[in-house]
Design a protein around this ligand. Structure first.
Ligand code: GAR
Length: 217
């Protein structure tokens, strides 16, 4: 089967983008990254994508009078590259209902919390302020509401008593880099069905372990 053509949207350093690029480099991976677009000229991920030989583009939202114009430009660039699935990877703009209807169930996002907890900005500080013992990350199909939509894969990580937002972010990021390629693979293998706005995954085994945090109590 031909590899699924993927476009990635970024706003920053693009470490999740790099994890997806690295996964797709494996010969048997069922997806390929054909385009990376940033909405900010200073997005460090653009140079990383170009160095990997991937077509890159800059579509700066500030060059457009409104969101519809910006999203039409995104849509046109993605279509021109033959993109079939869009992965948001640290893309810090909300996408509107019109764009998402055109790309229904074909836009993924990664968020650094166990959604639906701690949506929006500063998710790690929200987790620490909430006193939770476990946090994590979520890959989901994107709906117009912020950090909402059918959940594909989540990873849980413990929150240590002395964690700061930065130390927690680093632990969660390692998990992000593992689950985003896994979620992309599920989509590319056609193993995801959306039923009643929840994602059903064909052939998923039950998770083996319970994570208790703090441990050793
Ligand atoms: C990641 O932690 C990602 O989960 C988060 O931004 C970071 C981007 O890092 N995304 C969001 O908060 C979206 N609501 P990266 O550019 O190195 O992938």
């Amino acid at each position: 089967m031909a590899a699924l053509k993927v476009g990635i949207l970024i706003s920053g350093r693009g470490s999740n983008m790099t994890a997806l690029i690295d996964a797709c480099a494996a010969a048997d991976f069922p997806a390929e990254i054909v385009l990376v677009i940033a909405n900010r000229p200073d997005a460090g991920g653009l140079a990383r994508a170009a160095a990997a030989g991937i077509e890159t583009g800059l579509i700066d939202h500030r060059d457009f009078a409104d969101r519809v114009g910006f999203e039409d430009a995104l849509d046109a660039a993605l279509r021109a590259a033959g993109v079939e699935l869009v992965c948001l990877a640290g893309f810090m703009r909300l996408l509107g209902a019109r764009f998402l209807e055109r790309w229904r169930d074909r836009v993924l996002n990664i968020h650094p919390s166990l959604l639906p907890a701690f949506r929006g900005l500063r998710a790690h500080q929200q987790a620490i302020d909430g006193g939770v013992r476990v946090s994590g990350c979520t890959v989901h199909i994107v709906r117009p509401e912020m950090d909402a939509g059918p959940i594909l894969v989540q990873a849980a990580v413990p929150v240590a008593a002395d964690d700061t937002a930065d130390t927690l972010a680093a632990r969660v990021l390692t998990a992000e880099h593992r689950i985003y390629p896994q979620a992309l693979r599920l989509m590319a293998e056609g193993r995801v069905r959306v039923v009643d706005d929840r994602a059903r995954i064909d052939g998923a085994a039950p998770p083996p372990d319970v994570l208790i945090s703090p441990s050793g109590i």
